[in-house]
Design a protein around this ligand. Structure first.
Ligand SMILES: C[S@@+](CC[C@H](N)C(=O)[O-])C[C@H]1O[C@@H](n2cnc3c(N)ncnc32)[C@H](O)[C@@H]1O
Length: 194
C-alpha cells in the first residue's frame, strides 16, 4: 500500500506541516462541543493533539505504525487522550456513527480506483447530518500520490443525492510545500433525503 511506513521511516514526509493546519480554525466553527470526530490517514496527527486539547473525542487512523507511535508520544507528553488505530481504514467498522470527519489529504493518498469505496466508508460511518470537513488536494498534475482532487470529480464522488454542498466558495489552505487544498464543509444527507 504505497509503502507509507517506509516513507515515515525515511523521513520522506513533505506533506507534514509540523503543526496543526490553519484549517482547524474553520473546522471548529462547525463542531458541537465534545463531538466525536474521526481523522482518517491522520499521519503524525498534529490536528489530533489540538482537537483533543480542545475537548473533542477524537479517533485517529493511520496505516503507518511510525506515524501513530509519534502521535501517541505527543499525546502522552501533553497528557491528552485520543483513540488511535493502526491499520487500513477500510478495515475499521465503527460501532457507532461519528459526528464529523476531518479529511486532510487522506483521499489524495488513496488510489483513484479506491475513491468510491472511500466515499462510501465515510458516508456509512457518519451520522445523518454529520460533517465531512474535506480538504481537497490541488496538485494540477497527473499521477500520485498525492492524486489531484479536481472539483468536478469531487462533486461526482460526493454526489448531491448523498451530500449537501455549501453555497459559498471554498477556503484555500496553502502549504509550505507549494501545493494547496480547497476546504469544504459537506453534510451527510439522510438516506433518501434530498
Ligand atoms: C499525505 S499523508 C497525510 C497525513 C496527514 N493527514 C497530514 O496532513 O499530515 C496520507 C496519510 O494517509 C495514510 N494512509 C494512506 N492510505 C491509508 C489507508 N488505506 N488507511 C489508513 N491510512 C492510510 C498514510 O500512512 C499517510 O499518513
Amino acid at each position: 500500500m504505497n509503502d507509507w511506513e517506509g516513507r515515515y521511516q525515511r523521513g520522506e514526509t513533505g506533506w507534514d506541516r509540523g503543526g496543526a493546519s490553519a484549517a482547524l480554525t474553520h473546522l471548529l466553527k462547525y463542531l458541537e462541543p465534545g463531538a466525536h470526530i474521526v481523522i482518517p490517514g491522520c499521519g503524525r496527527g498534529h490536528e489530533v493533539v489540538e482537537l483533543a486539547r480542545q475537548g473533542y473525542r477524537v479517533t485517529a487512523i493511520d496505516v503507518a505504525p511510525s506515524a501513530i507511535a509519534h502521535l501517541q508520544q505527543q499525546l502522552e507528553q501533553a497528557d491528552l487522550h485520543a483513540e488511535l488505530i493502526t491499520g487500513d481504514l477500510f478495515d475499521v467498522r465503527p460501532d457507532q456513527p461519528f459526528d464529523a470527519v476531518y479529511e486532510q489529504t487522506c483521499l489524495c493518498a488513496i488510489a483513484p480506483s479506491q475513491r468510491d469505496a472511500y466515499a462510501s466508508w465515510l458516508h456509512q460511518g457518519l451520522s445523518d447530518g454529520g460533517l465531512l470537513f474535506a480538504l481537497f488536494m490541488q496538485t494540477g498534475c497527473a499521477g500520485g500520490p498525492p492524486y489531484h482532487c479536481d472539483l468536478l470529480s469531487m462533486r461526482q464522488l460526493f454526489d448531491q443525492s448523498r451530500w449537501h454542498w455549501p453555497d459559498h466558495e471554498p477556503l484555500l489552505v496553502p502549504h509550505k510545500n507549494g501545493r494547496f487544498e480547497l476546504a469544504y464543509a459537506l453534510r451527510k444527507k439522510a438516506d433518501g433525503n434530498e
